[in-house]
Design a protein around this ligand. Structure first.
Ligand SMILES: C[S@@+](CC[C@H](N)C(=O)[O-])C[C@H]1O[C@@H](n2cnc3c(N)ncnc32)[C@H](O)[C@@H]1O
Length: 220
């Protein structure tokens, strides 16, 4: 009886895994709305809960595990492999990435402004194609994504191209670091040898809820 039960449990688990890994992704792959709901809502929330981490954190771990420091191509490859084999993510991706590369190479810009960095995938692609003195500014309004992107870009060895705006002594003053909270940003500036960081305790605007400002001096 135990063997039968074990067999049916493992059979059920295998069926669920097959549904999750192949059947549903294949079924939704031609429908934009369904694909986004599946990958960007259902799977992401499920994996966040199961792993107690976020998708950008998992993507960063894949980069740290599989890409060579200072090698942008290996960073792009590690992210593409992660997204094709493990978990979808909203990067421009390998297919549209090739179009992006050819436009960047064709225009050969001295300055690039990218709106929407996410984890820095397209930033790495663009930055690795720019001539030495070009400037790339990339904007991301989600602080968790921005903190991960900084680490991905630094892993690719392209930090200086992105951070051309910062010079030794530049001061970053970040608001809302406690509420809603920017834990990844705080961890980054507090642990990086490139910043001297100080917290100013205060309150969320017009309330008694704790919030504060983080002042970080860029040391170069
Ligand atoms: C599709 S993702 C970008 C993907 C990224 N370019 C890549 O290929 O790796 C869009 C990003 O834009 C960001 N975003 C949306 N509205 C924004 C805004 N007004 N300012 C800055 N970032 C924004 C989102 O948080 C999200 O991370």
């Amino acid at each position: 009886m135990w063997l039968t039960l074990l067999y049916s449990c493992s059979g059920g688990a295998a069926l669920l895994y097959a549904l999750y890994r192949w059947v549903i992704p294949t079924a939704v792959q031609y429908h934009g709305g369904l694909a986004l709901i599946w990958h960007d809502v259902i799977v992401e929330r499920m994996l966040d809960t199961l792993t107690q981490s976020t998708r950008p954190q998992r993507l960063l771990s894949a980069v740290q595990k599989n890409a060579t420091r200072g090698d942008p191509c290996s960073v792009v490859k590690a992210i593409d492999q992660f997204c094709r084999q493990k978990e979808w993510a909203m990067n421009v991706g390998d297919e549209k990435g090739c179009i992006l590369d050819s436009v960047v190479s064709e225009v050969n810009p001295a300055t690039v402004l990218e709106l929407g960095t996410y984890c820095g995938y397209s930033t790495v692609r663009i930055a690795s194609l720019l001539p030495p003195h070009a400037k790339l500014i990339t904007l991301e309004f989600n602080p968790e994504f921005a903190a991960i992107a900084r680490q991905v870009i630094a892993w690719a060895g392209l930090e200086e191209k992105e951070c051309g705006l910062l010079r030794k002594g530049s001061i970053l003053l970040a608001d809302n670091v406690i509420c809603p909270g920017t834990p990844d940003y705080l961890e980054y500036v507090r642990s990086s040898p490139k910043y001297k960081s100080q917290y100013f305790k205060s309150h969320l605007e017009y309330t008694k809820v704790e919030d504060g400002l983080e002042k970080s001096v860029f040391l170069g």
